[in-house]
Design a protein around this ligand. Structure first.
Ligand code: CA
Length: 220
């Protein structure tokens, strides 16, 4: 009987990258520019960027949302996948990290697709809902403070159209979600969200044991 899952190791992971990764030169350059940042671990893995780009293209997404930009790698991956008239509403609390990535958005020729909003994401999302943009988006990616994930998810679920997709990062949290009662607020927030999404009839659901856990929630 075959195993139900693969255990990754460095050799297999390197093989996967060597046989799948197709980065734009600006993506590789942005990763290099982020490598020495004290919070470099916040950057999504390149194969995850490629997965999100694939999803955006499969859906024919034109309008996307990102919550938590960090230095801009995931925004770059999504913007490259959007059509020329596509737009990404990129929400980040400050420009401290996004300013590292913006030159690479320019280099890739996609800066015009990215609408960077520098303030608490909930304010941006509420403003878009108040402006009547519910159901106007195709794709959303949530990758910011974990204790606000549920609030972000609820706004994103309103902003995406039926058939739209909300992608949530770090939902397996290095495996901590499966280790009994959460020892910290982040773990508890993710456990509560995972439990809620499992029973949520508003969405179709997949939890990918990929990277640090990537949840796909498609609005019904
Ligand atoms: Ca993340």
């Amino acid at each position: 009987m075959g195993a139900r899952y693969l255990t990754l190791n460095d050799k297999l992971y390197d093989y996967v990258l060597a046989h799948s990764l197709r980065e734009h030169p600006a993506q590789a350059a942005l990763r290099e520019a982020t490598r020495t940042h004290r919070a470099a671990g916040m950057q999504i893995a390149p194969e995850q960027g490629q997965l999100m780009a694939m999803l955006v293209k499969l859906m024919g997404a034109r309008r996307a949302i990102e919550i938590g930009v960090f230095t801009g790698y995931s925004a770059l991956a999504v913007a490259l996948a959007l059509p020329e008239d596509g737009r990404l509403l990129a929400c980040n609390i400050s420009d401290e990290t996004t300013r590292i990535g913006r030159p690479f958005w320019q280099q890739a020729g996609v800066a015009h697709k990215i609408d960077l909003q520098l303030r608490p994401a909930l304010q941006t999302l509420e403003a878009r809902l108040a402006a009547g943009e519910a159901g106007q988006y195709d794709f959303a990616f949530i990758d910011a403070d974990k204790t606000s994930y549920d609030a972000y998810f609820e706004r994103c679920l309103q902003l995406v159209r039926p058939g739209g997709l909300v992608v949530i990062d770090n939902t397996l949290w290095s495996g901590a979600v499966a280790q009994g009662p959460g020892k910290d607020a982040d773990t508890r927030a993710l456990q509560a969200l995972n439990a809620k999404l499992h029973g949520d009839e508003r969405i179709d659901l997949v939890v990918l044991p990929f990277s640090d856990g990537v949840t796909l929630a498609r609005r019904r």
